[in-house]
Design a protein around this ligand. Structure first.
Ligand SMILES: Nc1ncnc2c1ncn2[C@@H]1O[C@H](COP(=O)(O)OP(=O)(O)OP(=O)(O)O)[C@@H](O)[C@H]1O
Ligand SMILES: [Mg+2]
Length: 264
């Protein structure tokens, strides 16, 4: 289905945001997290997992091309229930895996049947090895701390992104001191929502225990639904659908305006 690349201004809780949104993805679609942050992976270390299978051995397997099955064979289920392609903590290893895979990785992640891929691409840097994937992604979400310095940093780095309008939207982590619509106006970006700054919810998610109700989960659910509204629909006969069973499903948030072109 679709690749959504998440990039950060300056360490606003990007990995937690991507993970929380994937955990809250609507139950009739399937989401996996792909860690491609050139600063190094977090999830395997956070959940005390060996880094294999993951991005490094996917690079070895994909030297001559990648098919969706090969990608999925290198993913694993985290204790939170989320399926993830995890990256090694070593920035050098992530960088060399991205160099080996080149544009093939983004193309493969964007075409896994019935599966949306949420990629943690790390901070925006013009020379970031993840930029090829970001530029190839049909949807990009810029994750920002809604503070003066968070906005200033994002503003300064946005030219490095040079993503055409319509493919880029904003997500804030927290709503203070500036609400997301004000940050959106400052950065001239459509707003996909605000994820709660919720230390207890983040600790719970990152502990690997079963997801519980929290502000983090509630807001992640709203954001996940908002994003899904702009991704390609399932096939004409519901191909790719998984059974509806999410007890946390909530109605769409009102008042969040995103202008991604719909591919439906
Ligand atoms: N929404 C949130 N509410 C409360 N705490 C959070 C939130 N997001 C992240 N944190 C906390 O901040 C810390 C760093 O989070 P995370 O790893 O998601 O950041 P990051 O931006 O991906 O950092 P890095 O630059 O290292 O990749 C973690 O301890 C996490 O629990
Ligand atoms: Mg991170």
């Amino acid at each position: 289905m679709s690749l959504v690349a998440f990039v950060a201004g300056r360490s606003p809780g990007l990995t937690t945001a991507v993970h929380a949104i994937a955990t809250a993805w609507p139950a009739h679609r399937r989401a996996i997290v792909a860690e491609v942050d050139p600063a190094g992976g977090t999830l395997a270390a956070r959940f005390d997992l060996a880094p294999q299978p993951g991005l490094t051995d996917l690079a070895a397997a994909g030297r001559r091309g990648l098919d969706p099955d090969t990608v999925l064979r290198h993913c694993r289920r985290l204790a939170s229930g989320t399926i993830a392609l995890v990256a090694p903590v070593s920035p050098e290893r992530v960088t060399s895996a991205l160099a080996v895979l080149g544009s093939v990785l983004g193309e493969a992640l964007d075409s896994i049947p019935g599966t949306d891929v949420l990629a943690d691409c790390g901070r925006i840097e013009r020379r970031s090895p993840a930029m090829e994937l970001v530029h190839g992604a049909p949807y990009v979400v810029l994750v920002v701390t809604p503070s003066l310095e968070g906005v200033a940093y994002a503003q300064a780095r946005m030219e490095a992104l040079s993503i055409p309008a319509g493919r880029l939207a904003l997500l804030t982590v927290g709503e203070r001191p500036y609400p997301p619509d004000e940050v959106g106006r400052a950065l001239q970006l459509p707003v996909v929502g605000a994820l709660a700054w919720d230390p207890a919810g983040a600790a719970q998610l990152n502990s690997g225990k079963a997801p519980r109700r929290s502000e983090l989960r509630r807001t992640a659910t709203v954001i996940a639904r908002e994003l899904c509204g702009f991704l390609p629909a399932l096939g004409p006969h519901g191909e790719g659908a998984v059974p509806e069973s999410d007890p946390d499903a909530e109605p769409y948030a009102s008042g969040m305006v995103v202008t991604y072109p719909s591919r439906r």
